[in-house]
Ligand binder design. Structure first.
Ligand code: NAD
Length: 481
């Protein structure tokens, strides 16, 4: 594979621009520096916002025939597919994820643009009967300037997830990439920049969250905030958003539970555990971080999950192993700390529980903690690593109470052959999405978002498009009727 450029730039008002200071991007598989990126200053962020503001105020994205936006989005999708190999390599190196998963991110990014291209010319209002003397209709206007803040775990696909519907609806966008993994997004935006969009429609900046991110979300120039990231950052952004009453979409963390009943298909459970908690080294907001197992099959399931964990291949992302490194040394030590605390609280390490001591880079052992009780920290807090907490239950009622017993509510899963049980549980689970018999079933077409501290608003699917518009009602007095 080709060498990665040493230094990367920001994209502001249609141009790639450098900055006087730089951020270093490291390689999780080795812990070594990989490249640098221009660190956006507050002044640069201001220029990006002004560019987006000019674009939004000129209605350059929204006054065209909607078919033009369809064309733009389809062209973007084709350009993304054309850079998928190059981008996947960059993303794999900077993020640690497997090359196949990095490739999937670019494919998924292209799919978001294709999907919302199909909606860009169907954003239709309604007509409302008011009787003689009046006509009334609604229309959907773009929000204006959408500020989008992206986390490091799926930077390319999450960037596309928000950007595609925003552009489909006619907005201008300023995106802030995550400091730890910004380079794949530069490849994505380079592809997008090949399409002749209005100047200022898409801007990409990479600065520190507390300075540049905070500047963006506090600005009156911003008409909408789309944030994907951790709960504490989301809460801080919401406090800033309150000042200007800026509408926000919040996609936050999770502590999602799979409920495994005694009649569950064991192969479905095991393949779901493999993807659910070990994919992307467990650094997934909707990871299956709690496995709730009916007591009569608890020992059997724990044994097979331990066997699964111990059989995983581990290595650098370019070799496409089952388990890749976590993003940083700080992330790794945070995960180990939560495991140690779980043990202090009475959980038993069935396997793993610590980092690999014989590997360079940030490799956490695939971990299964058993005899976890619902009140332990490990059953309540997001770990964001390859750590599975296995909790026994006796009855359906008890399983639901444990599953719903955290402050989060992103996704949940039910494994059973009994459709009525699955439907009963689905109705009562506190989650934005429920998987039956396969974790991560669903796709870009299915609405996604949280309940409780997992956030609000929906991304993906047709529903998400309506996060990027405002309804305007037009009430007309008709004389002479
Ligand atoms: P994070 O909250 O640390 O950072 C996310 C982004 O916010 C980064 O770009 C960061 O620079 C920026 N930021 C930090 N402080 C800011 C501030 N004060 N104002 C504005 N921006 C600021 O999250 P992370 O560690 O990058 O990502 C992991 C978290 O994201 C996990 O909690 C995970 O569950 C969550 N996540 C949620 C979803 C979802 O769709 N619900 C998807 C992926 C990740």
């Amino acid at each position: 594979m080709s060498a990665i450029a040493n230094h990367w730039l920001n994209f502001i008002d249609g141009e790639w621009v450098d900055s006087s200071s730089r951020l270093s991007v490291n390689q999780p598989a080795t812990g070594e520096p990989l490249a640098t990126i221009a660190q956006t200053s507050v002044e640069d962020a201001q220029r990006a916002l002004e560019a987006a503001r000019r674009c939004a105020d000129s209605q350059a994205m929204s006054r065209v025939r909607p078919a033009q936006r369809v064309t733009w989005l389809l062209q973007i999708a084709a350009e993304i597919r054309a850079v998928a190999e190059e981008g996947a390599w960059v993303l794999c190196q900077e993020n640690g994820k497997s090359l196949n998963d990095a490739r999937d991110e670019f494919t998924e990014a292209a799919r978001y643009f294709e999907y919302y291209a199909g909606m860009a010319d169907k954003i239709e209002g309604t007509s409302i009967p008011l009787g003689n003397g009046y006509m009334d209709f609604t229309q959907y206007d773009p929000m204006g300037v959408s500020a989008q803040i992206v986390p490091w775990n799926f930077p390319v696909s999450i960037c596309a997830r928000s950007l595609a519907p925003a552009l489909a609806a006619g907005n201008a966008v300023v995106i802030k990439s995550p400091e730890l993994s910004p380079l794949g997004m530069c490849v994505l935006i380079k592809a997008i920049a090949k399409v002749d969009l209005p100047k200022g429609a898409v801007n990409l900046i990479c600065g520190r969250g507390r300075e540049v991110g905070n500047y963006l979300v506090s600005s009156k120039q911003v008409d909408q905030i789309v944030f994907t990231g951790s709960v504490p950052t989301g809460q801080s952004i919401l406090r800033a958003a309150a000042e200007n009453a800026t509408p926000s979409v919040m996609e936050l963390g999770g502590k999602s539970a799979a409920l495994v009943f005694a009649d569950a298909d064991r192969e479905q459970v095991l393949s779901s555990v493999k993807g659910g908690i070990f994919f992307n080294a467990g650094q997934v907001c909707s990871a299956m971080s709690r496995l709730l197992v009916q007591r009569e099959i608890y020992e059997e399931v724990v044994d097979s999950v331990v066997q699964l964990a111990e059989g995983l291949t581990v290595g650098a992302g370019e070799h496409n192993p089952d388990l890749t490194p976590v993003i940083s040394a700080a992330q790794l030590s945070g995960i180990e700390k939560l495991c140690r605390r779980a043990v202090e609280e009475g959980a038993i390490v069935a396997t793993g529980g610590e980092a690999f001591s014989d590997r360079h880079g940030h490799f956490m052992r695939p971990t299964v903690l058993r005899d976890v009780t619902p009140q332990m920290g490990i059953a309540q807090e997001e770990v964001f690593g390859p750590v599975l907490a296995v909790i026994p239950f006796d009855t359906e009622e008890q399983a639901l109470s444990i599953a719903n017993g955290t402050d989060f509510g992103l996704v949940a899963g039910v494994f059973t052959q009994d459709i009525s049980r699955a439907m009963r549980c689905t109705r009562r689970l506190k989650a934005g999405q429920v998987f039956i018999n396969e974790w991560y079933a669903g796709g870009i077409e299915t609405p996604f978002g949280g309940v409780g501290l997992s956030g609000f608003g929906r991304e993906k699917g047709q529903e998400a498009l309506y996060s990027y518009v405002r309804t305007k009602n037009v009430a007309i007095r008709v004389t002479g009727e």
